[in-house]
Design a protein around this ligand. Structure first.
Ligand SMILES: *[C@@H]1O[C@H](CO)[C@@H](O)[C@H](O)[C@H]1NC(C)=O
Ligand SMILES: *[C@@H]1O[C@H](CO)[C@@H](O)[C@H](O)[C@H]1NC(C)=O
Ligand SMILES: *[C@@H]1O[C@H](CO)[C@@H](O)[C@H](O)[C@H]1NC(C)=O
Length: 386
């Protein structure tokens, strides 16, 4: 006899996941796709806290791009299967199987997933005060080197993303009764950044290394980022959550190309660590000099490092291979269209040779929210409630 009741199975697996998660802080099993805010907070053992966050604005690169590149003339898109296989079964442009770290943060705040800015219609621009995502796959603090633009097509740099945010702010402002209520809204809204990976990876490799030492390059990047964050402060933003850069030398693609004798490419990781050190100083400096501001650092590097040191305790069994089969079958390219990804996606850290799986994204979001060893000076939840 055949047992066929797909809904029963999914209810069962939901209930099972829900209750198998009580101690909570070990396994990286993402909650169901359409979970409510209340259920999500319980899933995180956060009881009945209240989060009163009006909006989530997102800036950066592929880790958080929800599909802006679909609207740009670039080959750097993830809008085909097997991307999105766990995002309600649909590819969107997110270069992972399911939700990104910011999608989880939106769900926890009870907000919609911030839509790609290039998808927002003229009509809803004046009518969507819950936040927008400006992230662009392969975008950087710096504009892309000319060679990258020529090879892959143009993507949105931070300066371009900030210019789009400035337009959003203008569009929204007219809907508030007065300048004061708009200022209040802006100061309560959260701005989330994942940026720097491309500057330290491909931009450096294409061109920048010929003009800088690692130290001088970090300083240059930090200077640019400092101006960008201050510009957003001038536009009224007050709550900033900025991740540092993950260990790029441990990405499957770095290992495939560089074939290091150590588990990761140390040269690449040293470059990242140098930048991360400067970033941490920048954020404390900005918070102490810009009145009313909160700048919180998300230590993404440490989240990855902890997983690499002890994969099983986070529920991972594979920390170095891509879950999907990539175009060249040697872990140097994005997923091959229509290929079958690995079955146990929750057990892989990397979905393609560059990007984390949904379960890794969930772990990242969860640790930023609750864990002050990777979110300082306060955790992300405290920042959202501030
Ligand atoms: C829920 O909130 C109420 C009032 O805000 C509080 O008294 C109660 O202890 C909270 N319960 C939990 C489980 O946090
Ligand atoms: C880097 O330096 C070279 C000369 O070594 C120069 O031709 C080039 O314009 C510089 N590129 C950038 C991006 O500054
Ligand atoms: C990966 O495969 C491509 C296409 O076959 C090849 O050109 C490239 O050299 C390979 N790269 C590595 C690092 O093996």
């Amino acid at each position: 006899m055949e047992f066929s009741c797909p809904i029963c199975v999914s209810i069962f697996s939901f209930v099972f996941q829900f209750f198998s998660f009580d101690s909570g802080d070990v396994f990286a099993i993402p909650p169901p796709f359409s979970i409510s805010q209340d259920a999500f907070l319980q899933y995180l053992s956060l009881g009945n806290i209240t989060i009163d966050l009006p909006a989530l604005y997102v800036f950066g690169d592929s880790f958080i791009d929800p599909g802006n590149n679909n609207y740009l003339k670039t080959v750097l898109k993830s809008n085909y299967t097997p991307y999105g296989i766990d995002f309600d079964g649909k590819p969107t442009g997110r270069p992972t199987n399911g939700r990104t770290m910011v999608d989880f943060i939106a769900q926890i705040a009870g907000l919609p997933f911030p839509p790609p800015v290039l998808e927002v219609s003229e009509a809803s621009k004046k009518n969507s005060p819950t936040g927008v995502n400006y992230g662009s796959n392969s975008g950087g603090i710096l504009p892309s080197p000319r060679l990258a633009d020529q090879l892959f097509g143009h993507v949105l740099s931070m300066d371009e993303q900030i210019a789009l945010f400035e337009n959003t702010a203008k569009d929204l402002k007219v809907q508030f009764d007065n300048a004061e209520s708009f200022a209040q809204y802006m100061s309560k809204s959260l701005l989330f950044f994942h940026i720097g990976s491309n500057d330290l990876g491909i931009f450096w490799e294409f061109e920048r290394h010929s003009n800088y030492t690692v130290e001088k390059y970090s300083q240059f990047l930090i200077n640019e980022l400092s101006k960008q964050l201050q510009k957003l402060y001038e536009l009224g933003a007050r709550k900033f959550f900025v991740t540092n850069v993950s260990p790029l030398g441990c990405q499957p693609t770095s290992i495939a190309i560089e074939k290091p004798k150590t588990p990761c490419s140390e040269e690449k990781n040293m470059r990242v660590l140098n930048y991360n050190e400067h970033l941490s100083h920048l954020l404390s400096h900005l918070q102490s000099t810009l009145p009313g501001s909160k700048f919180v650092l998300g230590d993404l590097y440490k989240v990855f490092e902890d997983v690499f040191a002890s994969p099983a305790s986070y529920g991972f069994t594979d920390i170095k291979n891509s879950c999907c089969i990539d175009l060249f079958r040697n872990q140097t390219r994005p997923c091959a269209p229509n290929s079958e990804p690995c079955k146990e996606r929750n057990k892989y850290v990397y979905y393609d040779p560059f990007h984390p799986t949904e379960s890794m994204n969930f772990l990242i979001a969860r640790r930023f929210l609750k864990d002050s060893s990777v979110s300082s000076p306060i955790n992300l939840l405290q920042l959202m409630q501030a």
